[in-house]
Design a protein around this ligand. Structure first.
Ligand code: ADE
Length: 230
C-alpha cells in the first residue's frame, strides 16, 4: 500500500520540493508515497485563465473561485480525504499525522490570495487544517509540512523503527517533549572558550539510570516550554 497526495495548487512546481530529498525522497523513489500536483489554473474557462475575483461584501484581496476549484477537484480520480490548508482550521498534530499516514488517498487544497469561496469547501466537505497559529502566504508550505510528518511515519521510511516512538509526541514519551541528545566527543570546547561535558550518566552503561535521567529531562523541558502538554 502507498500513500498518494493529490495537490490542488496554483504552483505545482513547489512539489515535491524538500520532499524530493533525504528520507522522503528515497521513499518516493521506492514508491512508498506518490503525488499528483494539479494546476488549478488549467481549469479556468476564460481566455485570461482567471482563478479569482473580488470578495462579496468588500474588503482587501481576491478570493479563489468555487467553480474553478471544483473542476480541478473533479479531475481527481480518487480524492480520498479532502483537506483545505488554512489558518482557520483545526491545528495539525502528531495524532492527526498518524491518522493521515494510514490513508491511501489525500487531496490537499492549497489556497493563495485572501482565501477560497467557502461554498466549494462546503459542497465537497473539506476538512480545514492549520499547521499553527500564524499566517503563511499560501497553503503549499503547509501542505509540504503535513506531508513530511505523514511520510516519515510510513512503514520502512525511517531507518531505525524505534526512533519515531521515542521522539517528542511519540508513543514512548507520554506526550512529553524529548530529552536532549549527545554524541562524541565526550568533552567539547566551544568557540566561547567553555568546555561542555556529556552528562556522566549517559557515559556509563546503567540503562535504568539513563532512562530515569531522560524522563526527568523530558519532564523538565516540557514544564518549562510547553506546560500545556502536561
Ligand atoms: N495557509 C496560510 N496559513 C496557513 C496555516 N497556518 N496553516 C495552513 N495553511 C495555511
Amino acid at each position: 500500500m502507498s500513500l498518494n497526495f493529490n495537490l490542488l495548487t496554483l504552483f505545482p512546481d513547489m512539489f515535491p520540493g524538500m520532499l524530493g530529498h533525504s528520507l522522503a525522497g528515497r521513499a518516493h523513489e521506492r514508491g512508498d508515497w506518490a503525488f499528483n500536483a494539479i494546476d488549478i489554473r488549467d481549469f479556468a474557462t476564460d481566455n485570461h485563465k482567471t482563478v479569482d475575483d473580488t470578495p462579496y461584501g468588500g474588503g482587501a484581496g481576491m478570493v479563489m473561485r468555487a467553480d474553478v476549484i471544483e473542476s480541478a477537484l473533479l479531475s481527481v480520480e480518487k480524492p480520498g480525504r479532502k483537506i483545505y490548508l488554512s489558518p482557520r482550521g483545526k491545528v495539525f498534530n502528531q495524532t492527526l499525522a498518524k491518522e493521515l499516514s494510514q490513508e491511501e488517498n489525500i487531496t490537499l487544497l492549497c489556497g493563495r490570495y485572501e482565501g477560497i469561496d467557502h461554498r466549494v469547501l462546503e459542497a465537497h466537505e473539506f476538512e480545514e487544517i492549520s499547521i499553527g497559529d500564524y499566517v503563511l502566504s499560501g497553503g503549499e508550505p503547509a501542505a509540504l509540512i503535513m506531508m513530511d510528518a505523514c511520510i516519515r511515519l510510513l512503514p520502512g521510511v525511517m531507518g531505525n523503527v524505534d526512533t519515531a516512538d521515542n521522539e517528542s509526541f511519540g508513543a514512548n514519551t507520554g506526550g512529553l517533549l524529548e530529552y536532549p541528545h549527545y554524541t562524541r566527543p565526550a568533552e567539547w570546547t566551544a568557540s566561547n572558550g567553555k568546555t561542555y561535558d556529556v552528562p556522566e550518566v549517559l557515559r556509563g552503561g546503567n540503562h535504568a539510570d539513563i532512562d530515569k535521567w531522560r524522563e526527568e529531562k523530558s519532564l523538565k523541558v516540557t514544564k518549562a516550554v510547553r506546560p500545556d502538554l502536561l
